[in-house]
Design a binder for this molecule. Structure first.
Ligand code: PBE
Length: 268
């Protein structure tokens, strides 16, 4: 069948992203869960290299299968589909939550209020991501979004005490989605008089930095599945301020011209 040939053509290899990402562990789990993925390889890479490989494949209508997620600009740029996941290896819809270190709310209540009230949609995040993917500097794309959404930003800062230059350290991972959210949060905090510092780290180190109070906060906790293990590990050392975005998702993604709709259409 043509799905056999798709699996062969991609050499039974899934193009992945950073080794520490939750979607990588979920893919390893899928390889265990599905007979159809028996013997497949998950190739670690980076989010940027994965996006380049995807774009190159699509230009020539070549086969490719990647570890994907939503929100991501790739779904606005390309015709893509998630492969159905009947065994639920990737979980279902997720939220992206905001986490602070313990004590932050007492020490910097104004910034904590903003982080707590930060809430936007997949479309909002998508606007920033698309601009960045088109070449705009993330800080500038974040500034543009904040300037264009003053009413929404006013809801996040409502009742929040202004800063007088206090530093607020945010950690994140250089995933396109988190580049967008973290840069937007920096602009909002800076505008309110705080001095936000943003530091990209590996996923596990990002969680650890908030848990051990080296960083104040992060807006990049994908739950319940993607970062479920990290949450279990650190939940007593962090403060969960709840979702800043709903409707996030991860899974295996292929261009729509690929003749497979489910992970079960792949061939070992
Ligand atoms: N992601 C984007 C991350 C969370 C945000 C899906 C690549 C991950 O897999 O851990």
């Amino acid at each position: 069948s043509s799905s056999d040939s798709f699996s062969e053509q991609v050499d039974y290899t899934i193009t992945g992203i950073e080794a520490g990402a939750g979607v990588m562990s979920a893919t390893e789990k899928a390889i265990e869960d599905y007979d159809q993925l028996n013997g497949w390889t998950l190739q670690p890479s980076s989010s940027g290299a994965m996006a380049t490989a995807l774009g190159d494949a699509i230009k020539d209508e070549e086969p490719i299968i990647i570890t994907g997620w939503t929100p991501h600009w790739m779904f606005s740029k390309y015709d893509l589909k998630y492969l159905e996941d009947p065994k639920g290896s990737f979980g279902s819809e997720e939220t992206i939550n905001t986490m602070t270190r313990q004590g932050f709310a007492d020490e910097v209540p104004g910034a904590n209020t903003v982080l707590d009230q930060f809430n936007w949609s997949t479309d909002d995040m998508g606007e920033v991501m698309l601009e960045v993917s088109d070449g705009t500097d993330p800080a500038e794309a974040a500034r543009n979004w904040v300037d264009g959404h003053a009413d929404q930003v006013a809801e996040w800062t409502e009742g929040a005490e202004e800063g007088n230059g206090q530093e607020v350290s945010l950690t994140y991972v250089e995933w396109d989605s988190e580049v967008a959210s973290t840069n937007v949060m920096k602009v909002v905090l800076d505008d309110l008089g705080y001095n936000a510092k943003i530091t990209p780290l590996d996923n596990a180190v990002m969680w650890q930095s908030v848990a051990n109070s080296e960083a104040d906060a992060m807006v990049a906790a994908w739950l319940p599945t993607t970062h479920g293990d990290l949450y279990e590990q650190y939940k007593d050392q962090v403060v969960d301020l709840g979702p800043n975005l709903e409707g996030a998702k991860t899974g295996l993604v292929v261009p729509s011209y690929v003749d497979a709709d489910s992970i079960e259409d792949l061939e070992a």
